[in-house]
Design a protein around this ligand. Structure first.
Ligand code: C2O
Ligand code: CU
Ligand code: CU
Length: 422
C-alpha cells in the first residue's frame, strides 16, 4: 500500500452501521463505512494520495480541514463527486506537523453528511519534531468529540435549527458514548477535535487539573501553555500533554464539559494504572521557532449577521451577502498577509474558518488573544458582539478557496465567502 515516496489509499464513502448504543445498530454514512472514518497518518514531505469512491447515493466531496492543499484537491463545496464516481485527492503535506481532519463539504448539505458520520482524523507528523520527545505511539491519542441524539431504534435523530445549529443530548468520543480509557501513570498527548455540527465545549480535567497545551489547529505552539479549561468551538483542534502522574494508581479521572447540560457534562473517563517501564517523553518548554511573516498587504472587514430576507426568511451572512459561487469576495495576493476583522453583529457564536491557509489571531476585542490561540489557526471563535482580528498568510497555493462559519448549519445557510488568491 505504501511506497517510500508516496502513500496511496482507496476509500469508499458508503453507508454502514455502528454499535454505539448497546445492542443497537446505528446507520451511518462513513469513509469505508466506518464511524468515525479511518485515521490517516501522514509525514511532512511525503505526499498522500487518496482515491475516494462515492457509493453513498448522493453527491459528496472531501475536504482536508487545515490542510495546505492545491485548490483542485481542497474540496470546494461546488467541486463534487457524483454518486457512483470517484476522485483522486493529492495532499502534498508541505506544511507543519498538525492535527488535521477530513470531512464532507457538499454544498448546502454538510450539516447532514457530517452528522451522518463523514469525518476522520488526518495526523500530519514531521520527522524534525523528534527531538521534542513528545509522547508517541500508544501515548499519542486523537479524540474526536461530537454530540448526537438517538431514536429508540438506535438511529441518529437530527433536528434542524438554523439559529443555534444542532444540539444533541449525548456526547461521543471516537464514536463511543462516555468511553473509559486505561491510561498508564505517565505523559500522554491527547489531540482534541471538536467534530460537532454546532456544539461548543469547555474541556476540564479531573476538576481543574492542569493540561499542557502544545498545539492548536495549525500545529505546535511556540511555547507550551498550562490550562485548566479549554474552550473548543466546532472544527477547532487543541493538542495537550496530560501528566497522569498527578493522579494516583486507581484514580478515575473525568474529562468534563464545563457548562454542559446534565447529560452532556461528562465527556469521557481515564482510569489510571501503573506505568509499564520508565517515562520516555517530556514536556518541552520551547516547541518551535516563531517565523517571520510578510508585512500586511490589505485590510478587510467582515460583518457577521443574521439577515432577514424578503418573504420572511432569514439567513446567516458574511460581509452583507450570502454564499454565491458566482461572486468572489476578495483577491488576496499570493505570498502576502492581510488583516481580516470579523465583526459579530449577531447573538450567536461563529467559529470562522479559512480553507487553504492559516492565520494568526491578532486581537480579540482589542486585547491580546489567549496564549493557547497564539499559534497558527484555521478556525477561531467569534463570540456575540465580539470583534476578532486575524492575519491570514497566503503562503502556498494560488486559486479559489472558501472561508466560512463552521457551525455546519450556518455555513450551509449561507455563511460562506470565496477568496481567489492571485
Ligand atoms: Cu472543516 Cu470548510 O471546513
Ligand atoms: Cu476547512
Ligand atoms: Cu455561525
Amino acid at each position: 500500500r505504501a511506497s517510500k515516496q508516496l502513500e496511496e489509499y482507496v476509500m469508499d464513502m458508503k453507508p454502514g452501521t455502528a454499535e454505539i448504543l448497546p445492542g443497537l445498530e446505528t446507520p451511518i454514512l462513513g469513509y469505508n463505512g466506518s464511524f468515525p472514518g479511518p485515521t490517516i497518518r501522514a509525514r511532512r514531505g511525503r505526499p498522500v494520495h487518496v482515491t475516494q469512491r462515492n457509493q453513498s447515493g448522493r453527491e459528496l466531496n472531501v475536504h482536508l480541514h487545515g490542510g495546505v492543499t492545491p485548490p483542485e484537491y481542497d474540496g470546494h463545496p461546488h467541486d463534487s463527486i457524483p454518486d457512483g464516481a470517484e476522485r483522486l485527492y493529492k495532499y502534498p503535506n508541505v506544511a507543519h506537523s498538525a492535527t488535521l481532519w477530513y470531512h464532507d463539504h457538499a454544498h448546502g448539505e454538510t450539516h447532514k453528511t457530517l452528522f451522518a458520520g463523514l469525518a476522520a482524523f488526518y495526523l500530519l507528523d514531521d520527522p524534525d519534531d523528534k527531538h521534542l520527545d513528545l509522547p508517541q505511539g500508544d501515548y499519542d491519542v486523537p479524540l474526536m468529540i461530537m454530540d448526537r441524539s438517538f431514536n429508540k431504534d438506535g438511529s441518529f435523530r437530527y433536528r434542524y435549527d438554523l439559529d443555534r445549529g444542532f444540539r444533541g443530548d449525548t456526547i461521543l468520543v471516537n464514536g463511543a458514548v462516555a468511553p473509559r480509557m486505561k491510561v498508564e501513570r505517565r505523559l500522554y498527548r491527547l489531540r482534541f477535535l471538536n467534530a460537532s455540527n454546532a456544539r461548543a465545549y469547555t474541556l476540564k480535567l479531573g476538576n481543574g487539573r492542569d493540561m499542557i497545551q502544545i498545539g492548536s489547529d495549525g500545529g505546535l505552539l511556540p511555547t507550551a501553555v498550562r490550562r485548566k479549561e479549554i474552550p473548543m468551538e466546532p472544527a477547532e483542534r487543541v493538542d495537550v500533554i496530560v501528566d497522569f502522574r498527578q493522579f494516583g494508581v486507581g484514580s478515575k479521572v473525568i474529562l468534563h464539559n464545563e457548562g454542559g447540560e446534565p447529560s452532556t457534562s461528562a465527556v469521557m473517563r481515564f482510569d489510571v494504572v501503573k506505568a509499564t517501564g520508565a517515562e520516555e517523553a517530556r514536556i518541552p518548554k520551547l516547541l518551535r521557532e516563531e517565523e517571520e511573516i510578510p508585512e500586511v498587504n490589505a485590510e478587510r472587514s467582515w460583518p457577521l449577521t443574521f439577515q432577514g430576507l424578503a418573504g420572511g426568511a432569514s439567513m446567516w451572512q458574511i460581509g452583507g451577502g450570502g454564499f454565491n459561487e458566482m461572486r468572489i469576495d476578495c483577491r488576496p495576493r499570493l505570498g502576502s498577509t492581510e488583516l481580516w476583522t470579523w465583526r459579530n453583529l449577531s447573538q450567536r457564536t461563529h467559529p470562522m474558518h479559512t480553507h487553504g491557509y492559516h492565520f494568526r489571531v491578532v486581537s480579540v476585542n482589542g486585547k491580546q488573544p489567549h496564549p493557547g490561540d497564539r499559534g497558527w489557526k484555521d478556525t477561531v471563535a467569534v463570540y456575540p458582539n465580539e470583534t476578532v482580528v486575524v492575519r491570514p498568510y497566503f503562503d502556498y497555493y494560488a486559486g479559489l478557496y472558501v472561508f466560512h462559519c463552521h457551525a455546519a448549519e450556518h455555513g450551509d445557510m449561507s455563511m460562506m465567502g470565496q477568496m481567489e488568491v492571485v
